[in-house]
Write a protein that binds this ligand. Structure first.
Ligand SMILES: Cc1cc2nc3c(=O)[nH]c(=O)nc-3n(C[C@H](O)[C@H](O)[C@H](O)COP(=O)(O)OP(=O)(O)OC[C@H]3O[C@@H](n4cnc5c(N)ncnc54)[C@H](O)[C@@H]3O)c2cc1C
Length: 523
């Protein structure tokens, strides 16, 4: 029935939703699942406190309710985290405004909140976050939201879709649509990026979920379309947790323009972001620039002056593109984050905008439109099932099962590895742990067994698939995985039958990605 272009969170969730409703679906992704924005977000599953400033209560309501929904279907990947809002004397919003905003945020979340927000005095804030600037601090508040591993959540949706019957093809590029004599899209020509082979896929409805590439795919092989998407770049920096220790996700206001910037604790690292600037270049070439890094560093230095952070402390950086629907806002920051589903003249369905948090609703809206295109009457339209069906890692994860699994893992391996595997793979951690449990990087819980698991069960075919999107080595390891690269390539070569030339090419490709993420160092 459906051919979906794009294997980011929107596309894979759409494929999963379709097959759970009983339709057949295929999803083609030109690179790896989660290669685009869906592995480069702030990794928050949130209502979005800042949208209250824009009086966008609908978006906050949807976000907080989806947060609860995702926590239910993927509790191992969606976890509550406390946020701290320090308030300074010179700040745009005083304590009264912040308190009112947080009260409203809690109220909109209703029973789906993870704790009521609380106000703290200056000294209490300093003991909760000792690294913070004390000068000018007047108090603050703590509230709750959730965080995730965006690449893993996307992969779990892809695996769940596949196991429910969808055809999920990474490294398969959509080239152009195929139309019937009435001009209706009834399929597409796609290319296997590994073999170069082209083939046709038929469908009843062609669905575009191409995120920042939407304008590109819409114009592929067709007349020039009016641009639908405004792509804005967001950069993140990662620091070792002991260089930037925070106990909460600290909410900062950029010293340059007042935008919200977070410092988010993620275990071994602290994630800082993000920027928001218009981007008109090639979406595949997006990277952090020296100006992006300055923007974030200046705010960090202001909020954490005692830590004496320098650019040398930056362990990794990444840049992603927001696929926002064009409106008449001047500033990228003000463009709406809501999504829009439209039906083209050729009856294809396209989604633009949206947030990671609302991916399930976006998929539901896409399929509602797709069923209309198919001509199904209201009574014939099948209802969405993704509210309740668990993602694969959440199966076998009831409290008792979780306890037993953890005991089994602890008996086999170091505790840090067991905890990490359980958090990343949920109920499937036992299967992942079936192979070589030696560490990829000394001092980190990532293990070789995950490489083989990624190849066999999660369609990994390049070192970047493994070291960036299956295992967060690229973001967390001090050398971004360069030290273990040769061994990983050897392992993959043995599994996938690579020639010497292929091994060399894959090694070079990964090195180039690391280089690209460090380009800001040599402007
Ligand atoms: C910096 C930043 C921070 C963010 N933080 C958050 C956050 O904390 N919380 C939140 O809720 N949201 C956040 N978002 C928004 C969220 O990440 C995105 O809305 C979401 O990931 C978009 O997913 P997508 O599937 O639509 O796009 P993508 O993930 O970009 O997927 C599109 C896919 O289409 C593929 N594609 C393109 N052309 C073709 C072709 N010809 N053939 C086949 N495939 C093709 C691409 O390779 C890509 O993988 C953030 C966004 C950014 C940029």
């Amino acid at each position: 029935y459906f051919l979906i272009v794009g294997g980011g969170i929107t596309g894979v969730a759409c494929a999963r939703d379709a097959v759970l409703r009983g339709f057949s679906a295929a999803c083609v992704e030109k690179n790896d699942f989660a290669y685009g924005t869906s592995s480069r977000s702030s990794k928050l599953i949130h209502g979005g406190l800042r949208y209250l400033e824009q009086a966008n209560f609908k978006l906050v309501f949807e976000g907080t309710h989806e947060r609860a929904q995702l926590r239910k279907v993927a509790p191992h990947l969606v976890k509550p985290i406390p946020f701290m809002f320090p308030v300074f004397k010179e700040a745009k919003h005083g304590m009264a405004t912040i308190s009112f905003g947080l009260w409203l945020y809690d109220t909109l979340a209703g029973k789906h909140r993870y704790g009521r927000h609380r106000r703290y005095k200056r000294d209490e804030i300093m003991s909760l976050e000792p690294g913070l600037r004390s000068e000018g601090l007047s108090g603050g508040a703590v509230y709750y939201d959730c965080m995730t591993d965006d690449a893993r959540l996307c992969l779990e949706n892809a695996v769940s879709a596949h196991e429910s019957g969808a055809v999920m093809l990474n490294y398969t590029r959509f080239l152009h649509s195929v139309k019937d004599p009435d001009g209706r899209a009834i399929g597409a020509t796609v290319r296997d990026e590994n073999s170069g082979r082209e083939f046709k896929v038929n469908c009843k409805v062609l669905i575009y979920c191409a995120g920042p590439w939407t304008d590109q795919v819409l114009s592929a092989g067709q007349e020039k379309q009016k641009s639908m998407i405004r792509t804005t770049k967001g950069v993140h920096l990662l620091f070792a947790a002991d260089r930037l220790p925070v106990n909460h996700a600290v909410v900062m206001n950029s010293v340059t323009d007042g935008r919200v910037v977070f410092a988010i604790p993620r275990g071994r690292v602290t994630l800082v972001g993000t920027t928001d600037t218009d981007y008109n270049g090639d979406p595949d070439g997006v990277h952090a620039t020296s100006e992006d890094v300055d923007y974030l560093m200046e705010t960090l230095e202001h909020y954490f002056p005692g830590l004496n952070l320098t650019r040398e402390d930056i362990r990794a950086s990444y840049a992603g593109l927001r696929p926002l629907v064009r409106d008449d806002s001047d500033s990228p920051y003000d463009v709406s984050r809501e999504h829009t589903v439209s039906i083209g003249e050729d009856s294809s369905v396209t989604i633009g905008g949206g947030k990671y948090t609302t991916y399930r609703l976006m998929a539901d809206d896409i399929l509602s439109e797709a069923m209309k295109v198919m001509g199904l009457r209201r009574a014939e339209r099948v209802k969405c099932a993704t509210r309740d069906v668990l993602l694969v890692g959440a199966e076998d994860l009831a409290p008792q099962q979780r306890e037993e699994l953890l005991k089994e893992l602890y008996a086999k391996m170091d505790e840090d590895i067991a905890d990490y595997l359980l958090n990343a793979y949920g109920g499937r951690a036992g299967r992942v742990a079936g192979g070589d449990l030696s560490r990829l990087v000394s001092g980190f819980p990532f293990v070789y067994s995950e490489v083989e698991y990624g190849i066999q069960n999660e369609s990994a075919v390049t070192p970047a698939d493994v070291l960036i999107r299956r295992i967060p080595v690229f973001y967390e390891a001090p050398d971004q995985g360069l030290e273990c690269l040769d061994k990983v390539v050897d392992h993959m070569a043995a599994s996938l039958g690579w020639t010497l030339d292929q091994k060399e090419k894959h090694t070079e490709d990964y090195r180039a990605l690391v280089e690209s993420s460090r380009r800001w160092r040599n402007p």
